[in-house]
Design a protein around this ligand. Sequence first.
Ligand code: NAD
Length: 307
Amino acid sequence: MKVLVTGGAGFIGSHTVDKLIQEGCQVTVVDDLSTGRRENVNDQAAFVEMDVCSPALFELFAVGQFDGVVHLAAQTLVPVSLDKPDFDCRVNVLGTVNVLEACHRYGVRRVVLASSAAVYGDGVVVPAVEDAHLAPTSFYGLSKLTAEKYLAMYSQVYGLEGVALRYANVYGERQGDGGEGGVVSIFARRMARGDVLTVFGDGNQTRDFVYAGDVANANWLALVTPNISGVFNVGTASETSVNDLAHLLANAAGRPVDIQYGPPRTGDIYRSALDNRLARERLGWQPQVPLAEGLARTWQWMKEREG
Ligand SMILES: NC(=O)c1ccc[n+]([C@@H]2O[C@H](COP(=O)([O-])OP(=O)(O)OC[C@H]3O[C@@H](n4cnc5c(N)ncnc54)[C@H](O)[C@@H]3O)[C@@H](O)[C@H]2O)c1
């Protein structure tokens, strides 16, 4: 199977590329390296440095004849979306439309789109179910929701098989310290450097932390499971407070933790966890890596990297 992974030099993208190659796919990565790294890309994947908004994407699709696309390339930061909504919209909405149009023109069968828990916003019953009321609190959440709707419209109008996965807070090896849900990598990096951890707000805000390898597996299943389309949550359905996360990470690292508290950030959701029954039933997916184990792996990677 020939698969294009946009954003494949990034954190989730590189785990996804590894999984696809392990499953025997022929993988091409498109990435502009704005936050991704060339060295993240598996040696067995072809790499093209390109912006997903570029018209040149069509030539790549014409040559590549891809069966499936996993579209992960995005502007991933809530604060950036609030500072530069036009940039967020360009990459996350227009970039997605460019990818979908190329898929339609060049006969791609299925597209897996990276969406986010950010589409739910605050006030939703936790853990959130897919058909909950959607009220994003940032331009990032809005651009991800808009991308989902474009995917649904391409399915409706052209019969493109579209699967949108709403990831919870993904963590694991190779996570940059800027990305959405990057609190694990930010904390791990600061601990490795012996710095104090900064928590925005009271630290009782909760997140649903899902390991990157489990997300890569969800991307794979979304690509190959027959007769599925629509939206699926990819999370553990359990909440962990940021304060508890800091202590779990300290346990994994065997180091004491020093926390300072700052003001809450605009656009941040207070509670977040994603119900995963639909993905279990329809994709046969479930999270495999418990938080303590995933944090231990992440810490090990960070320690080696930071020296
Ligand atoms: N990390 C999370 O917790 C999380 C949660 C929900 C959704 N997501 C989504 O998952 C996807 C991957 O996120 P990530 O955490 O791996 O972030 P990341 O920043 O590591 O990966 C994004 C990749 O896309 C590339 N990219 C960005 N703009 C591009 C453009 N215009 N053209 C080509 N490439 C471009 C970057 O260079 C990077 O390699 C994103 O769509 C993100 O919104 C992530």
